[in-house]
Design a protein around this ligand. Sequence first.
Ligand SMILES: Nc1ncnc2c1ncn2[C@@H]1O[C@H](COP(=O)(O)OP(=O)(O)OP(=O)(O)O)[C@@H](O)[C@H]1O
Length: 263
Amino acid sequence: MTLLEATGLTVRYGGVLANTDVTLHVDAGEVVGLIGPNGAGKTTFVDAVTGFTAARGTVTLDRRRLDGLPPHARRRAGLARTWQAGELFGDLTVRQNVAVAAARGPLRNLWSDLTGRAARTGDVDTALEMFGLQFVADRRPGELSLGRQKIVGVARALAGGTRAVLLDEPAAGLDTDESAEFGGHVRAIAAAGPGVLLIDHDMNLVFDVCDRVYVLDYGAVIAAGTPHEVRADPAVRTAYLGAPAEAGAPSEADAGAPQEVPS
Ligand SMILES: Nc1ncnc2c1ncn2[C@@H]1O[C@H](COP(=O)(O)OP(=O)(O)OP(=O)(O)O)[C@@H](O)[C@H]1O
């Protein structure tokens, strides 16, 4: 079932066409990747969907039109995002960071979906446990590794009735182990029902955890499909390698070795 749908999104910054007629959907329980070279328009797309930049086109969540609404109204409708730069409150503990977001949301929230319990104060603890944060609940974000801070950021984004979440480069700066752990959390979120749009330059993470992947280049979608299909797409190789792809189907070995995108 289509949960989040953007149709014909177009964003112009002065002379720069940052998104051109971008159409993309995320189903409930699905992890969808959005990749593309630097400057391709990925963050612009997140900004446009969540209402942080003006765009032409439509955005629906559960068939409800969200375009034209301000960001806080889209958030209240169940659309959440994370930011490339950390958005945690440095003076609050991890528990307080999650609790603040949970308290703002509607009564029926993700944690109750996940646990089958009614939303109560104790659900913040349940949420912390789900993301393995219970042992650092009383610490401040600055005392945690970057990986843990990212996970707290996702926990915050998911608190409070989130139906779909857009994760903007959540794994930037994580080491290989942290990134793999993070990928497990992303899959767990989708397994509980919400749809996830994952933007990241870590191609191994994206291809490992995503059900489908869209590729942006110069603001437009140039490819979409399963990770296997996208990896093998000559247009994607051209976009990343900056040279025309060789004729003929790529080998299995090539397809199994995703290109690390320089950041
Ligand atoms: N606020 C803005 N004002 C003017 N131009 C902008 C603005 N934000 C982005 N752009 C331009 O729009 C284009 C798309 O940028 P965007 O940040 O969306 O790309 P991106 O794919 O997220 O890049 P990266 O992977 O480097 O984060 C770029 O040419 C960028 O310079």
